[in-house]
Design a protein around this ligand. Structure first.
Ligand SMILES: [Fe+2]
Length: 569
């Protein structure tokens, strides 16, 4: 049975296709349209569906929309209470939603209710091959509660047979935090925290106050936090109240009254901004830690699965790992809303096709490479047509490692694209971590803010020798301290607080990527590379060979390694 999952209600629009417990394909719409996050999370754009991502999923399976058995949409318009979505933000006076949103709630929900018709009739003309003549879409359509979709995306692909599940995001229909218990093929909600109390929205509010784009740049606030002190932690503590029943409330407050006018987009950063970011981060960590203790008490589970946009906060995840009550923590790599496309599809797949007492129905997710890939023939044909001065490599890993060992910065386009917001070796910018100036060089090349750290990828077997208590971390969703005695060898990836956002890789996950790092280790003694996303500022990560080549020729990278080919400047 083919089940197509769609996320479109807010942002990070995406599609995923599953078949009989297996993931076939998953991708974010932004990679095809070049509009970051697909769209902004505003009511005016709710109608936009991830048509290109849907088309890609169908193409991968060799089917058309007509062949899909069910369609799962990760927001249930009937679960929205009278305290509805955009207007409730105004009514509750919690968010900074502009007045212009007033009156759009009806349209927002109608757009969602009309999504089946939009899918059937609204597809772009160039995608008609697989999307036209779809037949009875409405009869196949199922709305899945947003936090159920997040929770399913966290538990069903996890390595655990049993686990507690915590979902944390801005908001779903009304929930902002979800508590679940997963066992085999069953996933049951225990409780939730509902609007207007939302840790995700609190983080968004401060993201806006600090001059960043909310629902997008929260990871920059997390990076900024490590330069600050908890000077304003008591301010946050005065408004966040955690009960002993898993519930929390957040009082409304105006940051301008606390700390004066917020930072504007291009203003310089001051210590005040670092300290606010730091205090916010600490407040988030200590609050979520309390929630995990409550969840542990309720479930008695050894394992915890996390999803929701807040679970992309890898510093918070490390605190839960190190100070929380659970033995093991697994985070869905597409923890943000794009992951709900997969979660909605898996929720429905498990519901329809598994039984509770049956052995586990879904397989653990060992990697994120569920996006498009391109053959050597396709790429070579394109480069000949475009008159590109390419060469073919005979030993891709060895020859690329030699270039990296010369401190050159390379773009790397290999195999199926990643699902989720992180580049993990399929669409990456790679460099040597051995010289400290590499971080500044990369930030300059990618036109990023100076404070932004760059992250390491390390061979899984070598990780414990280089990072304190390093476990398996294939999705770059946890930080680990760099070992003191190794810090001098990999200064470029050591953040100001002594940690690094580590990706571990084994050979099964991506053989060529693994071989490349092994060859770099053979040359330098260092089993670590800098790995950052293959894009430039404001652009989504590249997807196609054309995207890669355009990005390469308009950025100061030294070489592009694309399948077996190299382009050099
Ligand atoms: Fe969400």
């Amino acid at each position: 049975m083919y089940i197509l999952g769609i996320n479109a209600a807010f942002h990070d629009t995406a599609a995923a296709l599953v078949k009989d417990g297996k993931i076939i394909a998953a991708a974010e719409e932004e990679r095809f349209t070049h509009i970051k996050h697909g769209k902004r999370p505003v009511p005016f754009s709710t109608w936009e569906l991830p048509f290109h991502a849907i088309d890609y999923c169908l193409k991968t399976a060799g089917i058309t929309l007509q062949d899909v058995d069910r369609i799962a949409y990760s927001f249930d318009p009937e679960s929205v209470s009278e305290a509805s979505v955009y207007e409730s933000q105004l009514d509750d006076d919690v968010l900074t939603a502009p007045d212009v949103y007033q009156g759009w709630d009806t349209l927002f929900l109608n757009y969602i209710r009309k999504a089946p018709e939009q899918l059937r009739d609204g597809y772009p003309h160039h995608l008609q091959k697989r999307l036209a003549d779809a037949g009875d879409i409405t009869g196949k359509w199922v709305y899945v509660n947003h936090h159920n979709a997040h929770a399913a995306s966290a538990f069903f692909p996890s390595p655990f047979q049993e686990a507690a599940v915590l979902t944390l995001d801005g908001r779903g229909e009304k929930a902002t935090t979800g508590y679940f218990i997963g066992k085999g093929n069953s996933l049951v909600q225990i409780d939730s925290v509902d609007m207007p109390h939302s840790l995700g929205m609190l983080y968004e509010k401060i993201t806006t106050y600090l001059g960043f784009l909310h629902s997008s740049d929260e990871y920059k606030v997390m990076a900024l936090a490590s330069y600050g002190q908890p000077v304003y932690l008591e301010d946050f503590r005065s408004v966040i109240h955690v009960g002993d029943d898993g519930q929390y409330t957040i009082d409304d407050f105006d940051p301008v009254q606390w700390w004066g006018t917020g930072r504007k987009k291009d203003d310089p950063f001051e210590q005040l901004h670092h300290d606010i970011a730091h205090s916010l981060q600490k407040a988030l960590e200590e609050t979520v830690l309390k929630l995990t203790y409550w969840l542990h008490e309720q479930t008695g589970a050894e394992n915890l699965c996390l999803a929701g946009g807040v679970a992309l906060n890898c510093v918070m995840n490390a605190v839960i790992r190190d100070q929380g009550p659970f033995k093991n923590v697994w985070v869905q790599p597409a923890a943000g809303d794009s992951g709900t496309a997969l979660g909605a599809a898996q929720w429905l797949d498990v519901l329809l096709n598994s039984t509770e007492d049956q052995a586990r129905y879904t397989a653990p997710m060992e990697h994120v490479f569920w996006g498009p890939e391109y053959t050597d023939q396709e790429i070579e044909k394109f480069m000949i047509w475009a008159k590109m001065p390419y060469k073919r490599l005979t030993n891709i890993a060895r020859e690329t490692a030699a270039i990296l060992a010369q401190d050159k910065i390379i773009a790397w386009h290999q195999g199926r694209m990643e699902f989720g917001p992180r580049s993990l070796g399929a669409r990456s910018i790679l460099a040597s971590p051995i010289h400290p100036e590499m971080q500044a060089r990369l930030n300059d090349i990618k036109d990023r803010e100076d404070f932004r750290p760059v992250a390491p990828v390390v061979l899984e077997d070598d990780a414990p020798e280089w990072f304190e208590d390093a476990g398996v971390s294939p999705f770059m969703l946890f930080v680990y301290p760099v070992k003191e005695d190794r810090a001098g060898r990999i200064p470029a990836v050591r953040h100001t607080d002594g940690t690094a956002r580590v990706q571990t890789v084994n050979r099964a996950q991506h053989p060529l990527y693994y071989d490349l790092i092994s060859e770099f280790k053979a040359l330098t003694g260092v089993p670590v590379l800098v790995n950052t996303s293959f894009n430039t500022r404001g652009e989504p990560i590249v997807c196609s060979p054309r995207d890669a080549i355009e990005c390469f020729w308009t950025s100061p990278f030294d070489a592009l390694i694309i399948n077996s080919f190299i382009l050099e400047k």
